[in-house]
Design a binder for this molecule. Sequence first.
Ligand code: ATP
Ligand code: MG
Length: 404
Amino acid sequence: MARTPSPIPDPHDPRAGNPFTPGFGLTPIILAGRDLAIEEFTAALAGNVPEARAILISGQRGAGKTVLLTEFRELALEAGWTDLRLHTSSTSLLDELRGQAIAHLRELDPRAETSRLTSASISAVSASRDIRERYRGEGEPLTVLLDRLAQLTDEDGGGLLITLDELQSVDRDQLHALTQHVQDLIGSGHAVAFLAAGVRTGVDALLDHERTTFLRRAHRIEVGSVDVGTAAEAIRMTIADTPKSITPEAAVLAGEISCGYPYLIQLIGSKAWQNSGDADVIEIEDVAGARETVIAAMLKNVHGPALRGLSPRKREYLHAMLEDEGPSNVGDIARRMGIDPRNQSTYRERLIDDDLIRPAGRGFVEFALPYLAEALRHEAREGVGADVEPDKGLRRSHRARKAR
Ligand SMILES: Nc1ncnc2c1ncn2[C@@H]1O[C@H](COP(=O)(O)OP(=O)(O)OP(=O)(O)O)[C@@H](O)[C@H]1O
Ligand SMILES: [Mg+2]
C-alpha cells in the first residue's frame, strides 16, 4: 500500500514551536537516562512480585521525579491499570482516595448500573441525576470500596495504581493511614502498585520516623544527572523531531552547559532554540549565547529556594569552598572558617544531608549541584536572596487601565 508522504514542515512556520520543556512537571519529548527504570517498572507491572510495585522516586529539585512518575503512570494506564492520583496538598489524603475510588467505581462497578435501573423505574430524569450524584456504596468503609475497586481492576486484567507526588510535604499520620490501605490491598492478593516521589532530603527525614516502614522497604529510584553525552544526544534528538537541526558542536556544547542535569537540558535547549530565531540550524553561538541566562534561571529556580533557609555557619562553609577550582580539602575549609577541623565535620555532614555538597574522595568535598558555586558568588556580590535579574520594569496595572 502506498504511504502518504508526511508533509515537509516549514521551519518558518510559527506553529513549529519550541520543543523543549523547561518547566517543572512538564514531560520532555526525549527522556534522557531513564531506560533502566522504565524497563524495571514495565516488568514489575507485568510480573507478580508485589514488592517491585512499591516504588519511591527521590532526587533533587528539577532532577525529573515528577516526569518519571508521570511516565510510570502512563505505562500503567497503557497496560490497562486504573490510577488514583493523590496530592499532598489536599486536606485529607483518605478523603481524596475515597472520592477517586468512588468516581472509578461509578464507571466500573456493575452494581452502579443496578442503582440506575432501580431508580429508572421511578423516573428517567431522576435516574440519570441519581447515577451522577451518588454511588450505591458511597457510605461504605474505605477498605470495602478499595477492595471492590481492586477486585474489578484485577478482573479487567489490570490493577490499581496509587500515586503521590511531593512526598516530602506529606502529613505523616495521613501517609501512615494511606500505606496501611495499600498494604491491606496487597495482602489480599490484589494487583496494586504504589508510586511516590519527593525531594531526597525531605524523604530521608520522613523515612527516619517510625511508621514509615512500608516506604523504607519500597524500591528506591534515585533520579539525577545523566552523563553529558546522553544530554547532548537528548537535545539533538529533541530538535531532530522538528524542522530545525543543530550542529554536532552546538549539541555537544549544550550537553556540557547542561551538566546532564534534567532541568538544564530543557533550559539550554529552549534558549538556544530561541536564539536561533528563524534560522534552520542552531549554531554553536546560539548555545554559547544562552549560557548566562540558563545559569540565572537555575539560580533562581533551584539554588535560590535551596539556599534561602540555610544557617549562617553552613553558608560560611559553602563560601569557604569557593576558593578552590575543583573539590575542596576539608582541612582547608576549617582553616578558612577559623574553626577546629573536628567541628568542620558536623557542617560537612549536614550539608551532605541537604544535598548541597558530596564527598569527593578522602578528605575532599565538592558541590553537589551544577552552578551552585555561581549561585554563591552571586549571593556574595548581591546579598542573600537577591533577585538574579532585578526587574526594574514599571507598568500600569489593570486598575490603572480600567480607570482610563
Ligand atoms: N529524563 C529527562 N530527560 C530530559 N529532561 C527531563 C527528564 N526528566 C525531567 N526533565 C525536565 O526537567 C525538568 C524538571 O522535571 P520534573 O518536574 O520532573 O522535576 P522534579 O524532580 O519533579 O522537580 P521538583 O523537585 O521541583 O518537583 C522539566 O523541565 C522536565 O521537562
Ligand atoms: Mg516534581
